[in-house]
Design a protein around this ligand. Structure first.
Ligand SMILES: Cc1ncc(COP(=O)(O)O)c(C=O)c1O
Length: 327
């Protein structure tokens, strides 16, 4: 049975072209991980405070803590947009996630308003529009089979330190996914996540080359096709409030399910729907009582995979299996 969804491995080899185009990447600074790009930016700008959503993974909060920047959570409305936006003082930033790449006009409005005081988290929006006045953070490893790799686009001229984040043997599982069981690979993946370096790193040059040679158009076409298939077959479940436009390259097809729905039957059929983000439930802060909606998203918003490894036949299998699980 084919694995549907989950992290990327060698199976996406066909998505890398033989030649890379470094000249097209002049405005991107590469980092090992998105959190490293954020740390470098915060350090360079001597940021004092960041406002952000509670619906976010802890790695972003850890980057803020390590950078000595204070932060404040802002509640989201049902469209996953900030309920109220703050008036920023110098040294303060708004950190906004473009959730699933389906909030493009919202992010555009924020960029017009906050300009250089907006940090856009485009980790779920790889083919993002360029907002030359704001800062944008990308994560390539969430979209393709690379060991690590993230990017920062900023109007500032940051001088990067050259400490190289070397390819580690811990990632060898990426190269032979057919040989091992999914459970074994997933355990290795989680281990690798624990070993993310604390200091700011840049990826190995070979990884950068892979990122630059990735066939973005091919990926985009497959994702749009799969999203539209789900739109036609699971429309009633689409999480309300997101906007799908032809320009978007969605990260997933987000559906709304009841809090009782379980992913385990789907896992047993090798359909891997990630949980975004368990950190939100485990976070024990005084503020946590205020963020019931954000906490409900962890169980009630399922990001259905639509990546380029999936064919329409695979999408049909996902729909069939989902319909057995959902009311
Ligand atoms: C929306 C979002 N932003 C940032 C990050 C951090 O990315 P990285 O693991 O590359 O540091 C993540 C990680 O999952 C994420 O989901």
């Amino acid at each position: 049975m084919k694995r549907l969804g989950g992290f990327f491995g060698f199976e996406s080899k066909s998505m890398f072209a033989n030649r890379s185009r470094p000249e097209k990447w002049k405005d991107i600074r590469f980092y090992g991980y998105a959190r490293h790009g954020l740390m470098d930016l915060l350090q360079f700008t001597a940021a004092k405070k960041v406002y952000l959503s509670y619906y976010i993974c802890d790695s972003v909060l850890e980057a803020l803590q390590k950078s000595g920047v204070s932060y404040q959570f802002l509640p989201l409305n049902k469209k996953l947009q900030f309920k109220k936006i703050p008036r920023l003082k110098p040294g303060e930033y708004l950190y906004c996630v473009n959730y699933f790449g389906l909030q493009n006009s919202y992010v555009q409005d924020l960029s017009k308003r906050y300009r250089h005081q907006l940090i856009i988290d485009d980790c779920q929006n790889l083919m993002a529009l360029n907002f030359p006045e704001s800062h944008q953070i990308f994560s390539y490893r969430k979209w393709m089979g690379v060991e690590n790799g993230a990017g920062l686009r900023t109007p500032l001229s940051i001088q990067q330190k050259k400490s190289v984040c070397r390819l580690s043997k811990g990632y060898s599982f990426l190269w032979n996914p057919d040989f091992y069981s999914d459970d074994f690979l997933y355990a290795k993946f989680l281990q690798a996540e624990k070993n993310v370096p604390n200091r700011v790193c840049v990826p190995h040059p070979k990884t950068v080359k892979k990122i630059q040679s990735f066939q973005y158009k091919k990926m985009q076409k497959a994702r749009k096709r799969n999203f539209e298939f789900f739109m036609n077959n699971l429309k009633d479940y689409l999480f309300p409030g997101f906007e799908y436009s032809k320009e978007a390259t969605p990260f997933c097809f987000p559906i709304q399910v009841s809090s009782m729905s379980s992913r385990s039957l789907l896992f047993s059929k090798k359909i891997y729907i990630p949980t975004l983000w368990l950190d939100v439930l485990n976070r024990d802060t005084q503020a946590s009582k205020k963020f019931k909606f954000e906490k409900s998203l962890v169980s009630q918003l399922w990001p259905i995979p639509i990546d380029h490894r999936l064919t329409i036949k695979d999408c049909k299998r996902i729909v069939e299996e989902l319909k057995k699980v959902l009311p």
